[in-house]
Ligand binder design. Structure first.
Ligand code: G6P
Length: 615
C-alpha cells in the first residue's frame, strides 16, 4: 500500500512532490523517492531507504529542478526495502520512469520475457517490469509512427499484459508535458488545478493545491498535461468524468477522514482480505508459490509460535490445520516456548506468526526452531523484516501498513493466510477433495463484503459501547473456533480502553471465573452457528442465572439468541471454520468506542509498542 504523487505544471515539481509524500507517508515508510525531468531534459532520480525524512535530508533545500515529476513512499511487497528497490524505477535508457503501488502477479513471467529480449534489470521489484514493458511498447509504437504523445498509449498497451493490482504514475523524457497514470484495484486520483494537474494515491497529497479532483476507475489510464486530462479504458475507449469537491480539512485527511488510524484500519479490513488473497488463489484452488519449493512428506506435526494477537490467530490456525490437514498442532506463546526444551525436530513444521517480523520473543523461538532443524515458515506483514531472513518460506500478509499500535487488519489477514496454509496442507496430504477446497475458497472470496456488512452496523455498536463504557470489567466466552475470538476480543478492550477484560473457553467459566459474576456484570458470548452452539447457550444460561448482562455476537437470523441477551451484534452467515474472521469485527468496534468514550489514546495506548524488540 504505497503512496504515489505526480505533478505537471508551471511550478517546480520537487517541493510539491515532497510535500505530497509527507502527507502520504502513513501508506508506507520503507523507502521514498522522487523523479523529476530536470532543466537539462534528463530524468533525475533521488531516492533513499527508510523514512521520508531521510529523503528530505538528502534533498535539503535543493533537489532536481523541473516542472514534471513523480514521487513514491514505499510499503515493500516484493524485494527488500533497500535503496535499489526503492521507487522510482526506470527503463534501460532512463527514458521512462515510474512509480507503482500494488502487486504485479505475473511479474516473473514478464521479467523472463523482457530479459530474453535484452532488457536489463537492476532491482528485485515486481515494479521494474513495468518500466521495461512500457519501454518495449513505446519503441514499438514509435516505430509504427504513432502520433505524440506516445507514452499514454504505451502504458495502456503494456498494462493489458499485466495481471494483478496497480496504481501507476509514469513520464517520459521525450514528452515533457505529459504525466500518465493508471489504476487497477489500487487507488489513484487526479487533482485538477489551474494550469497544472496532479496525481495521487490519496486526497491529502493534493488538497493544499486544489479542492477539485476526480477518481480514476479500475482499468483506466489517464494522460495529464498542465491544461488537459484524457481518460481511456485499457481497451482504448475515451471516458468522461465529473470532478468532485474535496471537503476534508488537512489534519483529518491523512487518516482518510477517520479520527484514528485504528478505526481507519478496521475499515480497511475488507480490502486487506482481498489483498491477502491476491495471487494465492487460482480459480477454485489455492496456489501458494511461497512454499512450493518445500516438501512436507516428512512433516509429522506442526508447532505455531507467536505473541499477543498473533498468538490468538495461531489458536485459530491450529483448529484449521488439525481439522483440514489432520496434523497434530501445538500453539505456544514464544516467550514460553523458548524456555522449554520443545520437542521439535526435522519432522516438525514451525509456523512463526509476527505481523512486525521483529518481536524479540518470537525471534528467539524462531532461532531455536531453526537450530533444532525444523522447517520454518514465517507469516508477517513487513517485507524484509528479521523473521523473513532464514525462514524456509515467508508469507506476507499484504495488509498495508498498520499504524495503530494494536493489531486489527493484520489479525484478520493472519487468519486468512493461516486458512490458506491449512487448505494447502490438506490438499498435499489428500485430506480434502478439490471440491471441498473449492467450497472454502468460494466462501473466502465472499468474506470482504461480509466484513463490510458488519462495518455498516458501526453506529449501533457504538451506541451500545457508550452505554457500557463505565463498566469495571468484562468477560468474553466462546467455544472451539470462537474461543480465540473471545481472547482477542478481551485483548482489544484491555489494550485500548484499559478496562479489565478476560476471555475464557465457555466450558471453563464454571471452574472458577463464574465466582466473579453478579448483577449487571457484562459477558460477551461469541456464539455464531456452530457445532458447539447449544453448549455455549448452556453457558449463557449459567451467566444469566447470576443476573449478569449477556452481549452476544451471533449469526444473522438467530432469533433465539436475542431472547437470552441484552444486546446482539449480528454477523453474516458463513462456514463455522471461517467465522473467526467475521466474529472479531464487532468486538474491534466495541473496544474502539469504549476507548473513545473513556478518552483513551486509541492509536498509542499507554505502555504498549507496535513492535516489542526486547525480551
Ligand atoms: C506487541 C503488540 C501486540 C502484538 C504483539 C505481537 O505486544 O502490542 O499488539 O500482538 O506485540 O506482535 P507481532 O508483531 O509479533 O505480531
Amino acid at each position: 500500500m504505497c503512496g504515489i504523487v505526480g505533478y505537471v505544471g508551471p511550478r517546480f515539481a520537487t517541493p510539491i512532490l515532497l510535500d505530497g509524500l509527507r502527507r502520504l507517508e502513513y501508506r508506507g515508510y520503507d523507502s521514498a523517492g522522487i523523479a523529476v525531468l530536470n532543466l537539462e531534459g534528463e530524468i533525475q532520480i533521488e531516492k533513499t531507504e527508510g523514512k521520508l525524512q531521510k529523503l528530505l535530508d538528502a534533498v535539503g533545500d535543493g533537489g532536481p529542478a523541473g516542472f514534471l515529476g513523480l514521487g513514491h513512499t514505499r510499503w515493500a511487497t516484493h524485494g527488500l526495502p533497500n535503496e535499489t528497490n526503492a521507487h522510482p524505477h526506470a527503463d534501460c535508457e532512463r527514458k521512462i520512469v515510474l512509480v507503482h503501488n500494488g502487486i504485479i502477479e505475473n511479474h516473473t513471467e514478464l521479467r523472463k520475457e523482457l530479459l530474453s529480449s535484452g532488457h536489463e534489470f537492476v532491482s528485485q521489484t515486481d515494479t521494474e517490469v513495468l518500466a521495461h514493458l512500457f519501454e518495449e511498447e513505446y519503441g514499438r509504437l514509435a516505430e509504427e509512427g504513432h502520433e505524440d504523445p506516445i507514452l499514454p498509449e504505451a502504458v495502456r498497451c503494456g498494462l493489458r499484459k499485466v495481471r494483478g493490482a496497480y496504481a501507476v504514475a509514469a513520464f517520459c523524457r521525450d514528452e515533457p508535458h505529459v504525466l500518465v497514470g493508471a489504476r487497477l484495484f489500487s487507488p489513484l486520483i487526479v487533482g485538477l488545478g489551474h494550469g497544472e494537474n496532479f496525481l495521487a494515491s490519496d486526497i491529502p497529497a493534493v488538497m493544499r493545491h486544489t479542492r477539485r479532483a476526480l477518481v480514476l476507475d479500475d482499468g483506466e489510464v489517464v494522460a495529464l498535461t498542465p491544461v488537459g486530462v484524457i481518460i481511456r479504458t485499457l481497451e482504448g475507449e475515451e471516458m468522461q468524468r465529473e470532478p468532485f469537491q474535496i471537503s476534508w480539512n488537512l489534519q483529518s485527511a491523512e487518516k482518510g477522514g477517520f479520527p484514528h488510524f485504528y478505526l481507519k484500519e478496521v475499515h480497511e479490513q475488507p480490502e486487506a482480505i482481498i489483498n491477502a488473497l491476491r495471487g494465492r488463489l487460482d480459480g477454485r484452488r489455492v496456489n501458494l508459490s511461497e512454499w512450493s519449493h518445500l516438501n512436507f512428506d516428512r512433516v509429522e506435526r506442526v508447532a505455531v509460535v507467536a505473541c499477543g494477537t498473533s498468538y490468538y490467530a495461531g489458536l485459530v490456525g491450529r483448529l484449521l490445520m488439525e481439522k483440514w490437514a489432520g496434523l497434530p498442532v501445538d500453539v505456544e506463546v514464544a516467550s514460553e516456548f523458548r524456555y522449554r526444551d520443545p520437542l521439535i525436530d526435522d519432522k516438525t513444521l514451525v509456523v512463526i506468526i509476527t505481523q512486525s517480523g521483529e518481536t524479540a520473543d518470537t525471534m528467539a523461538a524462531f532461532r531455536l526452531a531453526r537450530e533444532k532443524g525444523a522447517t520454518t515458515v514465517a507469516i508477517t506483514n513487513v517485507v524484509g523484516s528479521s523473521v523473513t531472513r532464514g525462514a524456509d518460506a515467508t508469507f506476507y500478509l499484504q495488509a498495508g501498513p498498520e499504524i495503530g499500535v494494536v493489531a486489527t487488519k493484520t489479525y484478520l489477514t493472519e487468519l486468512v493466510v493461516l486458512c490458506l496454509l491449512a487448505l494447502d496442507l490438506a490438499r498435499g496430504r489428500s485430506r480434502l477433495s478439490d471440491e471441498e477446497i473449492a467450497e472454502v475458497v468460494s466462501e473466502l472470496r465472499g468474506l470482504p463484503s461480509k466484513v463490510e456488512a458488519i462495518l455498516e452496523q458501526e453506529e449501533a455498536i457504538a451506541e451500545v459501547a457508550r452505554r457500557y463504557a463505565d463498566r469495571q470489567g468484562f468477560f468474553f466466552i466462546g467455544r472451539n473456533l470462537a474461543y480465540p475470538t473471545a481472547l482477542e476480543g478481551a485483548l482489544k478492550l484491555k489494550e485500548i480502553s484499559y478496562v479489565h477484560a478476560e476471555g475464557y473457553a465457555g466450558g471453563e467459566l464454571k471452574h472458577g471465573p463464574i465466582a466473579m459474576l453478579d448483577s449487571g456484570f457484562p459477558v460477551f458470548a461469541i456464539v455464531p452457528q456452530s457445532d458447539t452452539y447449544e453448549k455455549l447457550l448452556s453457558n449463557i444460561q449459567e451467566v444469566r442465572a447470576r443476573r449478569a448482562d449477556v452481549l452476544s455476537v451471533a449469526t444473522v437470523g438467530d432469533e433465539v439468541i436475542a431472547t437470552h441477551s441484552e444486546e446482539v451484534f449480528y454477523i453474516p452467515e458463513t462456514r463455522e471454520d471461517l467465522s473467526p474472521i467475521l466474529a472479531i469485527v464487532p468486538l474491534q468496534l466495541f473496544a474502539y468506542y469504549v476507548a473513545v468514550a473513556r478518552g483513551c489514546d486509541v492509536d498509542q495506548p499507554r505502555n504498549l509498542a507496535k513492535s516489542v524488540t526486547v525480551e
